[in-house]
Design a protein around this ligand. Structure first.
Ligand SMILES: [Cu+2]
Length: 144
């Protein structure tokens, strides 16, 4: 009998004995799945640990402008955005970046968001604050 046929034959035998050892195979699969979950869980823990310290950015709103009027953020870097009002209630909304925050008079509010797009985005004041309200704009540059 040529060698390779012999080899195939023993392969067949091997498969037969594997079928008999079915429950053992299942246990191995379960262990592999659990190991996978543990690995995934540790990955998530690591990434959430990295998000513990988002970059803090403060912007002051005052009739009728934002100070600073332009900020630069990094794509995928979490930001703690603090909006402070130096007079009446204001807000800022940038739909493309999922940024939407309002602040009461003479106080501050904060929101966390992560810019996920590169580009220049212009947000406008979202709370009517007087005659110059329409001119209140904040430009957010998101870079790589
Ligand atoms: Cu306004």
């Amino acid at each position: 009998m040529p060698f390779f046929i012999q080899n195939q034959m023993s392969g067949w035998k091997g498969e037969g004995s594997n079928r008999r050892a079915g429950p053992m195979k299942k246990r191995k699969t379960v262990i592999a799945v659990i190991t996978g979950f543990v690995t995934l869980a540790s990955l998530f823990t690591t990434s959430s640990a990295m998000q513990v310290a988002p970059r803090r950015v403060e912007v002051t709103a005052k009739r009728y402008g934002f100070e600073p009027a332009e900020i630069t953020l990094k794509k995928d870097q979490p930001v703690e955005f603090v909006l402070r009002s130096a007079d009446v209630p204001h807000g800022i909304r940038v739909r493309d970046l999922n940024l939407d925050i309002k602040v009461s008079r003479n106080t501050k509010a904060d929101v966390k968001f992560t810019p996920d797009k590169i580009g220049n985005f212009v947000g406008h004041c979202s709370v009517f604050c007087g005659s110059g309200h329409g001119h209140m704009a904040l430009t957010i540059h998101v870079v790589e």
